[in-house]
Design a protein around this ligand. Structure first.
Ligand code: NAD
Length: 495
């Protein structure tokens, strides 16, 4: 017999161990263990409690890096103390850049849409590494805090390429890219541009874009119009939970975090502390995530067999207590037993999954790279400095700030062109009705753009920063640059 595929296994916290046991019992009954060896790893609350602020041990990291696969239950984030979410850390550390979630109507799971006879079958692909989930946050002044939102071209490319390839594999005909590029023209704009760039390689898949707020309304009104939606990290997180609500709640939503080397399979929901230890949690989300894992390693026959048994159990009205319509709910173990006893059965409805005759598991574990891989999209871009934005902590008026700065930069190559507060221009024009806080952006640009752009490098702006820092409380500095002749910065509101 061929070697078993090794998979790191972390049951998680709260309801995690209960639902993981239930899923493993179904896998075992379906013969999955003949092809898979689960290797337990230490992650979650016990590791946090033992004083490791990462929430996982070195041995756990070694096992995940060696196997390239992690099947995990939900894990809690310690509240307070600045501790980061272990779930987010795992995805980011191991480069699992695309979060794939599948939301489908399930038999006899009562929802507004099932009652109306509207089928829901939506994949959400969420970028998993970047955006505000970088968690790069600072307190800037007495009154202002900041979270940096980073979006990179290669980060967008990875997630879009994954989405298109997955769509082609699943037979999906149309992908929506959701965004807020009308407001965040550079960050969401880049995400959207890279979506269109990737779409050119997949001419058979129809593409369209939709503004995130309109998407949320449409999803509630007409979910049947969506097959796959690709989104940035935070917007994707929110839309995922909205989509979970369309099909009966978090207990039914599976999720896979896919990277080029390492992939992580987990339920969408959290540790459900309110029901932990009671034996009533719904294992469906974790089970369906496990089926994504089985399909990822080629165990298509076992995945389809288990999914059909699950659908048959649901169709027979076997439900855990979280299902709104359940009159006589069963516990976690009995639910797993109901699936096990139906292995080999098909649901009567049209949702039965085709079961291939045979399928051979195949997965090549990653080869550990010796250094971090640099991912790039644009390699030959000409850039040139044309000025800088300097951020200042002050409570003086915009006019007074402008007058003092103009005096300071007299005789330099730069002139003050704009002051904004919370992104709205307050000088040279503006309205006294614009309320301001103690954090200003002042824009200084070359007096003579012909001098430009480039030959001077960044040093003159650094000297300027030092000059201004002698008189003001400087918080941040951003060089203004042109890239291939186009400005790499946005205008202020009202500029
Ligand atoms: P939650 O998803 O744990 O619970 C929200 C509600 O849904 C609760 O009422 C809960 O009982 C119910 N619920 C969730 N899963 C269920 C299931 N399988 N069966 C039946 N009911 C279920 O969200 P929360 O309470 O906001 O978070 C609790 C903890 O989980 C937090 O520490 C959070 O950080 C963590 N969390 C972890 C993950 C993850 O591991 N990927 C995801 C989300 C939240």
């Amino acid at each position: 017999m061929s070697q078993k595929v090794q998979i790191a296994l972390a049951p998680g916290d709260g309801i995690g161990p209960e639902i993981m046991d239930a899923c493993l019992s179904v896998f075992e009954a379906a013969g999955v263990h003949e092809h898979i060896e689960f290797i337990p790893v230490e992650m979650g609350s016990r590791v946090f409690a033992a004083g490791d602020s990462r929430g996982f041990t070195d041995e756990a990291v070694e096992t995940v890096e060696r196997t390239g696969l992690l099947y995990k239950g939900p894990m809690g984030t310690p509240i307070g103390g600045g501790g980061k979410s272990i779930n987010v850390t795992l995805r980011k550390t191991f480069g699992a850049f695309a979060n794939l979630r599948h939301f489908q109507s399930l038999p006899s799971v009562d929802t507004v849409f099932s009652r109306a006879g509207v089928p829901v079958d939506i994949y959400v692909v969420r970028e998993n590494i970047e955006d505000t989930y970088g968690g790069i946050e600072h307190r800037l002044t007495n009154d202002v805090v900041e979270c940096k939102r980073l979006i990179s071209a290669p980060g967008c490319d990875q997630v879009h390429r994954f989405a298109f390839k997955a769509a082609a594999r699943f037979g999906i005909k149309k992908i929506h890219c959701a965004h807020k590029a009308n407001i965040m023209k550079m960050t969401d704009g880049l995400f959207l541009d890279r979506f269109h760039a990737e779409a050119k390689h997949f001419p058979d898949i129809e593409t369209t874009d939709v503004i995130i707020d309109a998407l949320c309304m449409n999803l509630v009104l007409r979910p049947e119009e969506y097959q796959m939606i690709v989104l940035t990290n935070l917007q994707g997180d929110i839309v995922s939970d909205l989509a979970a609500g369309l099909v009966g709640g978090l207990g039914f939503a599976p999720s896979a975090n896919i990277g080029d080397q390492i992939s992580i399979f987990e339920a969408v929901h959290g540790t459900a502390p309110d029901i932990a230890g009671k034996g009533v949690a719904n294992p469906t989300s974790l089970l369906l995530s496990g089926l994504m894992l089985l399909r990822h390693i080629g165990m298509l026959k076992q995945a389809a067999t288990i999914e059909n048994a699950l659908l048959a159990a649901l169709e027979d009205g076997v439900h855990t207590g979280d299902v709104r319509s359940s009159n006589d709910p069963v516990g976690t173990n009995d639910f797993a037993g109901a699936i096990t006893s139906r292995l080999g059965s098909l649901p009567s409805g049209k949702e039965a999954r085709p079961v291939p005759e045979e399928s051979t598991p195949h997965f090549t574990p990653p080869t550990r790279p010796s250094v971090n891989r640099l991912i790039r999209t644009f390699e030959t871009v000409e850039s040139a400095v044309s000025g800088c934005d300097i951020y200042i902590d002050t409570t003086i008026t915009p006019l007074e700030l402008a007058q003092r700065l103009e005096r300071l930069v007299e005789g330099t190559a730069f002139k003050l062109t704009m002051i904004s507060n919370r992104g709205t221009q307050v000088w040279p024009t503006g309205s006294p009705y614009t309320e301001i806080v103690d954090y200003f952006r002042v824009r200084l640009e070359l007096r003579d753009p012909a001098v430009v752009l480039g030959q001077m490098g960044q040093m003159p702006t650094i000297y300027l920063l030092a000059k201004i820092a002698e008189k003001f409380q400087v918080i941040d500095f951003q060089p203004l640059k042109y890239f291939d002749g186009k400005p790499g910065y946005s205008l202020a509101q009202g500029q």
